[in-house]
Write a protein that binds this ligand. Structure first.
Ligand code: SAM
Length: 236
C-alpha cells in the first residue's frame, strides 16, 4: 500500500481534489478512494478467437472468472470478469506470437457492441491506439475492411504492436493503419465507411494520476482544457 501511495503524483491529485470537489461534491470522496487504489480496479479478459484459448478459459474459471453474457452479445465474443478486484497476468509481446487474450475494462466493450458491426462492413476506428476496441471489434464480426487510425507516433507504434500480437498475418489483409488527424478523415474519406468508431481522446485520469514526471503531468493538466473542443470536432 505504501508503495502505491509513493507512485501517486501529488500535483495531479491536488488538481483532481479541486476540480472534482466542484463537479461531484461529496461523491468525489468515494470516487477518489477507488481512483487512488489500483488494487481495487476491475479488469476484464477478452479472449482472442484468432488463437486457441481452451487452456486460458480453464485458468479463468479456476481463478473465479465468469463469462459476461447477454442475449444481444455476439456468440463469438468471450469476455470474462471477476467480481473480486485483481488483474489476470498480461501476456508479453513476442514477435510472431499471437496472444490468447487482451486485458481491458469491461465497459470498453460497450461502444463496440453498440456499433454492431456486420460481416463484410467497412469500418473506421478513428482514435485507435492502443487497439483494444479494434481487437474487440474483430471478435464480434469479420469486417470487409478495418481502417485503424492513430495520429500520435508512439501510440501508433503501440497500435501496430497490438494488431501484430492479436491478428495473424493472413487476417491482417483486411486491416489498414494511418496516422492522420481524425478531424480531417471526414473531408477526404466521406461516405467510405459503413460504421465509424470515435473513441475520442479523454482525460485518462487513472493513468496519469500515477505519472512519475511532474512536468509532463502539469502539461497534461493544461492540455485537458482543449479536450472538449477536440472531441466535438472529431464527431463532426
Ligand atoms: C481513448 S484513446 C483510444 C483508445 C482505443 N480506442 C482503445 O480502445 O484501445 C484516444 C486516442 O485518440 C488519439 N487522438 C488524439 N487526438 C486525435 C485526433 N485529432 N484524431 C484522432 N485520434 C486522436 C489519442 O492519441 C489516443 O490514442
Amino acid at each position: 500500500m505504501a508503495r502505491l501511495k509513493r507512485q501517486i503524483c501529488r500535483l495531479v491529485l491536488d488538481y483532481f481534489d479541486k476540480t472534482y470537489t466542484n463537479e461531484l461534491g461529496d461523491q468525489w470522496q468515494t470516487v477518489r478512494e477507488v481512483l487512488t487504489a489500483p488494487g481495487l480496479w476491475q479488469y476484464a479478459v477478452l479472449l482472442n478467437n484468432f488463437q486457441n484459448h481452451t487452456e486460458t478459459r480453464k485458468h479463468l474459471r479456476m481463478h473465479g472468472y465468469d463469462q459476461l453474457t447477454h442475449p444481444t452479445f455476439p456468440e463469438s465474443l468471450h469476455c470474462y470478469i471477476n467480481r473480486n478486484p485483481g488483474k489476470f497476468p498480461g501476456q508479453r509481446h513476442q514477435k510472431g506470437m499471437i496472444k490468447e487474450y487482451y486485458i481491458l475494462n469491461a465497459s470498453s466493450i460497450l461502444p463496440v457492441l453498440a456499433l454492431d458491426v456486420k460481416h463484410g462492413e467497412t469500418v473506421l476506428d478513428m482514435c485507435a491506439a492502443p487497439g483494444g476496441k479494434s481487437i474487440a471489434l474483430l471478435q464480434c464480426a469479420s469486417p470487409g475492411h478495418l481502417h485503424c487510425n492513430e495520429p500520435d507516433f508512439h501510440r501508433s507504434r503501440w497500435l501496430q504492436e497490438t494488431l501484430e500480437s492479436f491478428v495473424p498475418l493472413p487476417h491482417r489483409n483486411v486491416i489498414s493503419t494511418t496516422e492522420l488527424d481524425g478531424r480531417l478523415i471526414g473531408r477526404t474519406n466521406a461516405n467510405t465507411y459503413h460504421k465509424v468508431l470515435v473513441d475520442a481522446p479523454c482525460s485518462n485520469d487513472r493513468s496519469w494520476l500515477f505519472s512519475s514526471d511532474v512536468q509532463q503531468a502539469a502539461e497534461r493538466i493544461s492540455q485537458r482544457r482543449t479536450l472538449p473542443a477536440i472531441q466535438t470536432e472529431l464527431l463532426r
